[in-house]
Design a protein around this ligand. Structure first.
Ligand code: ADP
Ligand code: MG
Length: 255
């Protein structure tokens, strides 16, 4: 159940946003994709999850090409994602948002049956992300940190989610909330109830959400993988320091 990205290329008109990117993520691995703004991180996610068609290259999940499938079909194959700016159905409650996604693969006949659908499993997901107390609040009333957690619960609602793509999961969160959320993200890579841990690929600008969390780090610069390795290797890589982290950058103390 690994993700394999081979020689991924994505053009927007004359702009080559991703220029020949190759990497793998195995189940149970937590991999951070870092790099400056405009490096092509979100575009890479969109090519894996299906929001963009590829200009070139291949995306394989579990040994099968998925790059010609629409996002809903990729979701059925277990590929779920969240967005850089948190997305939820604003007019629904927190619980209804998760119910909608939990019930979706089982078939949803009409809006008015949602009330009774998948309540147990949806509440369990809200508990997992610490939102059970806000289950009946409107999604539009949520503080931003809670909305990021709701989006994570929605991504986890797929019955067979095996690959989780998180675009800046902790963006906009205060440090303590960020640490909590990243601990939750990391825990998803652990085997659970007889199932292998998930493969997690995430982007992040806060280095305390990278060092101490990621098993492996990919550095994307100008649409190209400029470096990859363990957090230790990346922290001491001269090119990464020069082009992204800065010469005077210091690794977060408790990471
Ligand atoms: P990152 O997430 O690393 O900040 P993006 O993947 O969002 O980078 O953007 C990579 C490049 O592609 C940037 O130059 C950006 O302006 C361009 N780009 C991204 N999305 C689009 C789009 N939908 N249309 C045109 N250009 C885009
Ligand atoms: Mg981005």
């Amino acid at each position: 159940m690994s993700l394999q990205v081979h020689d991924l290329v994505k053009d927007f008109g004359g702009v080559r946003a991703v220029n020949g990117v190759t990497f793998m993520v195995d189940p149970g691995e937590c991999v951070a994709l870092i790099g400056p703004n405009g490096a092509g991180k979100s575009t890479t996610f969109a090519c894996i999850a299906g929001q963009h068609w590829l200009t070139g290259g291949q995306v394989l999940w579990n040994g099968e090409r998925v790059d010609s499938l629409p996002p809903a079909r990729r979701l059925q194959h277990g590929i779920a994602r969240t967005f850089q700016v948190a997305q939820a159905f604003e007019a629904l409650t927190v619980l209804q948002n998760v119910q909608l996604l939990t019930q979706y693969p089982r078939g949803l006949q009409a809006y008015n049956v949602l009330e009774n659908c998948s309540i147990g499993s949806s509440m369990a997901l809200l508990e997992q992300v610490g939102l059970q107390g806000l289950a009946h609040a409107d999604a539009q009333s949520l503080p931003y940190g809670a909305k990021k957690r709701l989006e994570l619960a929605m991504a986890l609602a797929g019955q067979n989610t095996g690959l989780l793509l998180l675009d800046e999961p902790a963006a906009g969160l205060a440090a303590p909330e960020r640490v909590q959320l990243m601990a939750l993200v990391k825990s998803l890579t652990q085997p659970r109830a007889g199932r292998a841990g998930m493969a997690v690929l995430y982007t992040e600008h806060n280095m305390d959400a990278v060092f101490g969390v990621a098993d492996r780090v990919l550095v994307l610069i100008d649409g190209v993988v400029a470096a990859q390795g363990t957090p230790d290797e990346i922290a001491s890589d001269p090119i990464v320091r020069q082009r992204y982290l800065g010469q005077w950058w210091q690794r977060p103390l408790d990471a």
